[in-house]
Write a protein that binds this ligand. Structure first.
Ligand code: MFK
Length: 208
């Protein structure tokens, strides 16, 4: 293996090497409380002085946490695969149930925070779900971390909130740097909610 290939393997282009973080006693429950706050922030209509009280409490939290910011890759968020959404508030709070060369399966619900309209999930959260699963599909299949070049979704049925759904993704074929991947989102009866195809392109050395 040449030095250049070692670099690709170790650093995945310009990506830092992904390392998992340990689950601790309080981090998982803290993330779930933050998610409950997100759900409440988009669903409550209290008197304005209650928002005033909430602001004061929120500012206390900001003041508490602000001194502990660290560079990308050192925070637990996004690095604990046993937590919903790997502990990242950006990711959907879904649980990874399968992560191997045969594919990735994640299950969970869209919550009030993900509401688009008329009781259904916002269409923009489905690409987030699929893209995150595809990142894991590439990682689980042993390929270097890749960037999404295109992602095509077919919305087959209205996506319900608070209903257990499953996304299953897999690597279909490899052509040089290109990984062609696909995934399906279904409900518990097996009804197809959406399907998706994407191209993930392996990064060149140093590529951001
Ligand atoms: C467990 C934790 C794992 C964490 C994983 C994190 C994964 C993150 C996944 C993401 O969401 S990344 C964020 C969204 N994506 C981007 O920001 C990508 C922005 N675009 C780029 O950086 C570049 O366009 C890209 C790296 C995708 C490709 O540019 P390059 O200059 O490296 O490659 P090039 O354009 O030469 O294309 C390489 C091949 O892919 C093909 N290709 C590229 N874009 C395409 C496209 N859109 N449609 C079809 N083919 C495409 C291209 O034709 C060519 O095919 P051939 O090798 O057969 O000639």
């Amino acid at each position: 293996m040449t030095e250049q290939h070692d670099d690709v393997f170790e650093h995945h282009g310009g990506f830092p090497k992904f390392t998992a973080a340990e689950e601790t006693e309080n981090f998982g429950p803290f993330v779930e409380q933050m998610r409950q706050l997100q759900d409440l922030a988009v669903s409550v209509a209290p008197p304005d002085d209650v928002f005033g009280e909430a602001r004061a409490l929120a500012q206390k939290l900001i003041d508490l946490l602000e001194p502990y910011q660290v560079p990308e890759g050192q925070q637990p968020a996004g690095r604990i695969i046993s937590l919903p959404g790997r502990g990242s508030l950006l990711m959907l709070p879904w649980q990874v149930e399968r992560f191997d060369e045969g594919g990735v399966r994640a299950t969970g619900v869209f919550r009030r925070f993900h509401l688009g309209g008329n009781g259904a999930a916002h269409g923009g959260v489905l690409p987030l779900a699929f893209d995150d699963v595809f990142g894991m599909v590439v990682h689980a299949s042993g390929r270097p971390i890749s960037r999404t070049a295109f992602l095509h979704i077919n919305y087959r049925a209205v996506t319900p909130l608070n209903t257990k759904l499953t996304v299953e993704g897999r690597l279909d074929r490899i052509e040089g740097r290109k990984s062609f991947v696909s995934a399906r989102m279904t409900d518990e009866s097996g009804k197809l909610i959406a399907d998706c195809e994407a191209l993930m392109v392996q990064l060149l050395p140093g590529q951001p």
